[in-house]
Design a protein around this ligand. Structure first.
Ligand SMILES: Nc1ncnc2c1ncn2[C@@H]1O[C@H](COP(=O)(O)OP(=O)(O)O)[C@@H](O)[C@H]1O
Ligand SMILES: [Mg+2]
Length: 350
């Protein structure tokens, strides 16, 4: 049995604040000999972000994770597909402060994303003034201290006048998160927020994201190549391969019972999930790619892009990307092999 692949899996009764439906983007790149080539970076990606939940997108480098986050941040225009804010399609022409206030992004490189010539106070003051949550003067100053407190840069007086180079990577990432929180967003897009940090600081940042989910009820997109960190904090996981989402579901189901051949390779036979978390949080290259190479996205394989690496591929796999097969509560897998397994294991109707 298949379901409509264009709808992101969601919990019953919960309304996503931000949703990507069938997002696709092709980047034009200069081709040789005057040819116009495109990078097929993302193909029909559907992801729903819900208040009070962390949704992880996990995939190897180059699989399209940052592209998806940037589409959500409206830094790119999709080639096709829709982004919905509170179930209303986002009209790019009417884009303005309301969207930017609701949806904030934290970047991978905390050093690159802060201005090296400006103090912490400057970084936090700006969004407060631009988005009008506080007026100049005492209110702004007080709000800056509250934000520093929120991200655990305390005593706040020790941090407010620091320059980025006087902070550790973890502290800089906290400033980036505080800056995003300054506009009181409902959605936080976190693109590999711990991958450039020292191991000792990673867990603290993950725990901060968990607090923002649980206390502030933010809807958080957590982008990572590291399945162990996704397991640690995510409620839901989407597995991305070469621009296609191949499996989605609750973090527990996807990690404990992966069904797509790629997810199974990615996760591997892991006897002790806690050990996996521990090991992977200590390693900056925790991804575990399947044997072979991801495809060139200028000329990707047709249909399912995992086909050339897949031990179970058949002719159908190259014809069209399979629609999602529902195999559990919100657990969806885009795979003909999984769909066939499911239908052959169904009892015959009496
Ligand atoms: N602005 C761009 N122009 C052309 N190609 C791009 C652009 N941004 C990303 N890509 C390509 O799209 C693919 C996905 O990139 P990206 O989203 O950065 O992957 P990830 O974050 O998973 O490592 C890669 O092949 C990358 O080279
Ligand atoms: Mg990236």
């Amino acid at each position: 049995m298949t379901t409509n692949a264009t709808l992101p899996p969601r919990r019953s009764g919960e309304q996503p604040v931000l949703e990507a439906v069938n997002l696709k983007i092709n980047f034009p790149v200069g081709g040789g000999l005057g040819k116009n080539q495109v990078v097929h970076a993302l193909d029909a990606a559907s992801v729903a972000l819900t208040p009070g939940k962390i949704t992880a997108v996990v995939g190897e480098s180059g699989s399209g994770k940052t592209t998806l986050a940037r589409l959500f941040a409206r830094m790119y225009q999709p080639t096709s597909g829709t982004i919905l804010l509170d179930e209303v399609p986002v009209d790019s022409k009417k884009l303005g402060r309301d969207y930017n206030r609701a949806v904030q992004m934290v970047f991978q490189d905390p050093f690159g994303s802060l201005n090296s010539m400006k103090t912490v106070r400057h970084h936090l003051q700006r969004p407060l003034l631009i988005h009008g949550h506080a007026k100049r003067g005492q209110a702004v100053e007080q709000r800056i201290h509250e934000l520093l407190e929120k991200v655990k840069l305390t005593p706040t007086i020790d941090f407010i006048d620091k320059m980025p180079h006087q902070l550790s990577g973890g502290q800089r990432q906290r400033v980036s998160i505080a800056r995003a929180l300054a506009v009181e967003p409902r959605v936080l897009l976190a693109d590999e927020p711990i991958s450039m940090l020292d191991v000792s600081m990673r867990l603290d940042i993950l725990n901060l994201l968990i607090e923002l989910r649980d206390v502030d009820q933010l809807a958080i997109l957590y982008i990572t190549h590291d399945i162990a960190s996704a397991r640690y904090l995510a409620d839901d996981i989407h597995v991305m391969y070469a621009g296609q989402i191949v499996e989605s579901g609750s973090a527990q189901e996807v990690i404990n019972g992966p069904r797509h051949p790629y997810t199974r390779e990615l996760i591997g036979a892991v006897p002790d999930p806690d050990k996996l978390r521990e090991n992977n949080l200590r390693s900056s290259h925790a991804e575990r790619p399947a044997p072979g190479e991801p495809p060139n996205l200028i000329t990707p394989p047709s249909g399912c892009r995992f086909t050339p690496r897949c031990p179970f591929a058949t002719a159908a796999c190259s014809e069209a990307f399979p629609s999602a097969t529902e195999i559990g509560d919100r657990h969806q897998v885009a795979c003909y092999w999984v769909a066939n397994q499911k239908s052959s294991s169904c009892p015959d109707p009496v």
